[in-house]
Design a binder for this molecule. Sequence first.
Ligand SMILES: NC(=O)c1ccc[n+]([C@@H]2O[C@H](COP(=O)([O-])OP(=O)(O)OC[C@H]3O[C@@H](n4cnc5c(N)ncnc54)[C@H](OP(=O)(O)O)[C@@H]3O)[C@@H](O)[C@H]2O)c1
Length: 309
Amino acid sequence: MKVIITTRSGKEFIKGGLDLSDSATVADLQDAIHKRTKKYYPSRQRLTLPLPTGSRERPTVLNYKKTLDEYSEGKTTLTVVFKDLGPQVKYSTLFFFEYLGPLILYPVFYYFPVYKYFGYEGERIIHPAQTYAMYYWCFHYFKRIMETFFVHRFSHATSPLSNVFRNCAYYWSFGCFIAYFVNHPLYTPVNDMQMKIGLGFGVVCQLANFYCHILLRNLRSPSGNGGYQIPRGFLFNVVTCANYTTEIYQWLGFNIATQTVAGYIFMIVAASIMTNWALAKHRRLKKLFDGKEGRPKYPRRWVILPPFL
Ligand SMILES: NC(=O)c1ccc[n+]([C@@H]2O[C@H](COP(=O)([O-])OP(=O)(O)OC[C@H]3O[C@@H](n4cnc5c(N)ncnc54)[C@H](OP(=O)(O)O)[C@@H]3O)[C@@H](O)[C@H]2O)c1
């Protein structure tokens, strides 16, 4: 089969195109492009079918597992559009670096005399609430790193390198912002009962969050295959993104126990980001499981925060 590869502006990307066997897959085509261009390894390539001029529709992205034949509609020539996605990193690498920052930076504010650089020279008394908050925080980010490597089964192998800088800026700066206020020498702790209720509730939510991740993991095979399934069991019987629900509530527990404006700002920002993702995930599952042509119908569920959404 002859494959013509163009750029998005319609220019020929590989002179003369490529000749591949009739049974070749999209992955074979990506390998062949890599061999010719060196710089563009397969995960950096996005291949789509061309759209008619002026069309505003989204182009069909070629699935690397499918054969070229499935896209050529019986023709011997196939035209595909190439887009460079930029340098890529593994998903686990992205998650590891974004979580490593808060895991290391928060204890720096607790253990080291950083406040003297902010003009506080006096003795610093550490309250039990600050100590427990530090353990809670570190446990949270350690858990996330462990889940990244040993629990999640990602469907995408890689993410653009630029996301590492963007996500690290978000997590590292919020980590410092919260750590600065919770460990501050002028910090006033909440009463003992409030701290215990907050952290106790938070720990329960973190464990529930972990269990949600196990249930999500079991929806896919170890290779990450299996696409998107209807999550079932535990809180997923009530809410589509139970993992986000428990994530938000565990930050609420942390904030009840530590009570800082910085902590609440982070929770609100994180909740609004997760709400946008949850709405998209809920829509996708309702579309995939529409109850037509033998497909199951997605059950009626809350999206992220029952009884509001
Ligand atoms: N504090 C914050 O700012 C914040 C923000 C976001 C996340 N988090 C935490 O980090 C965790 C992971 O975040 P995430 O956004 O990666 O979570 P996610 O996309 O909801 O799910 C985690 C894993 O489960 C897979 N999955 C989700 N729904 C599935 C379905 N219906 N069928 C099969 N597999 C499914 C995902 O696959 P794909 O690889 O295909 O997506 C992903 O590998 C969250 O649960 C939360 O605890 C915190």
